[in-house]
Design a protein around this ligand. Structure first.
Ligand code: NAP
Length: 332
């Protein structure tokens, strides 16, 4: 059997380009003792993969990442053909796994790709960042940047469920409309067509911001810092606005706000909080059953389009989770 995979051709210098990647065909052997043959159904493209391309990955490496797939054949006692598995096989159609790389999936999660989004790592990121780091209280004002993305859109909804007033930022009129009309935000700011972002934050948060869930950094963070209330909390989730910078840019101008308003700012990495998965899944199950959670996904078809989907993350092409669907592999 042959499988196609996406390899890093060279490390991106700034914004990743199609030429930084290449598609390669590899031979896949029959599973040996203890091995499982997996066919991936959905690949996840995520901002953290850009960080890995800076140092961890070498040209020629298959880009690692989370995927959901199905077991085609198995010589491992823990996995049966037809079963769905979460795996870290990366951007490839088929692969041979040992059991350590796979986990069986809850069959009551439908559709299955939610394990890469609202039910998976992005969901846990939103949960930990909002509840454990941001710790919003009912009636408080919460600001979420990159609010229409996979993590941001769930972070907004967790704060809404907690009785907060939520305001967010996003990069298009379509995203702003979704956030206000369907997700339930009090207001959303399209930072791309707002000449004075700081003024818009102050206009929509007249009493100030108690909790900031920050995913962008740079000028947006600077502006919201100016609107924070004394004693406010900042959950620093990501810095996607700076992730492709070749050279470091001058930093925040509003650090004084952190000092004088006695703000606390805490970065976090979801992998340090996997012990929160059972609580997250239990809460999420309840919220989903009560119809309190909505989500969107942007699906790109075909493994050959994985680099474009990944690059699209940095151009705001996704609403909700960006995924690649591998429907009918060409090389079986
Ligand atoms: P996502 O939000 O679904 O997709 C990325 C979004 O970021 C894009 O749709 C785009 O939306 C926005 N964006 C891209 N470039 C930008 C720029 N230069 N300035 C402002 N906005 C920009 O991705 P995600 O997976 O949910 O990740 C969101 C953030 O959480 C990222 O910062 C990521 O690194 C972080 N994260 C952190 C952890 C952790 O453990 N700490 C785990 C997962 C993710 P717009 O159209 O709105 O610009």
């Amino acid at each position: 059997m042959k499988s196609r995979a996406i390899r890093l051709r060279r490390r991106p210098e700034d914004l990743p380009r199609a030429e930084d990647f290449e598609i390669a065909e590899t031979d896949i052997a029959e599973p040996g003792e203890g091995q499982v043959l997996v066919r991936n159904l959905f690949l996840s493209v995520d901002p953290y993969q850009r960080n890995r391309m800076r140092a961890d990955l070498d040209p020629g490496d298959i880009v690692p990442g989370r995927c959901v797939g199905e077991v085609l054949s198995s010589r491992h006692v823990g996995f049966k053909p037809g079963e769905h598995v979460l795996n870290t096989g990366g951007w490839r159609e088929f692969f041979l796994a040992d059991g350590d790389e796979l986990s069986s999936l809850d069959d009551d999660v439908d559709p299955i790709q939610l394990h890469l989004g609202v039910v998976g790592a992005p969901g846990l990121t939103a949960y930990v960042g909002m509840l454990d780091i941001g710790r919003p209280r009912p009636g408080e004002t919460v600001f979420v940047s990159a609010a229409a993305g996979a993590v941001g859109s769930l972070a907004c909804q967790i704060a809404l469920i907690g009785g907060c007033r939520v305001v967010g930022s996003a990069g298009s009129a379509e995203k702003v409309a979704w956030l206000v009309d369907e997700v339930g935000l009090a207001a959303a700011i399209n930072y791309r067509d707002t000449p004075d972002f700081a003024a818009e934050v102050r206009r929509h948060c007249p009493d100030g911001v108690d909790v900031l869930f920050e995913a962008v950094g740079g000028a947006q963070l600077d502006a919201v810092l100016g609107a924070m209330r004394p004693g406010g909390r900042i959950a620093l989730c990501g810095l996607i606005g700076r992730i492709n910078d070749k050279e470091p840019r001058p930093g925040l101008t509003n650090l004084e706000a952190i000092l004088m308003k006695r703000l606390s700012l805490q970065g976090f990495v979801v992998n340090d909080h996997l012990d929160r998965m059972p609580a997250f899944r239990a809460d999420l199950k309840g919220w989903l059953a009560e119809g309190r959670i909505t989500w969107r996904e942007t699906v790109v078809d075909g493994i050959e389009n994985t680099p474009a989907a990944f690059i699209g993350l940095f151009r705001g092409k996704n609403v909700g989770k960006m995924l690649v669907r591998l429907d009918k592999p060409a090389c079986v």
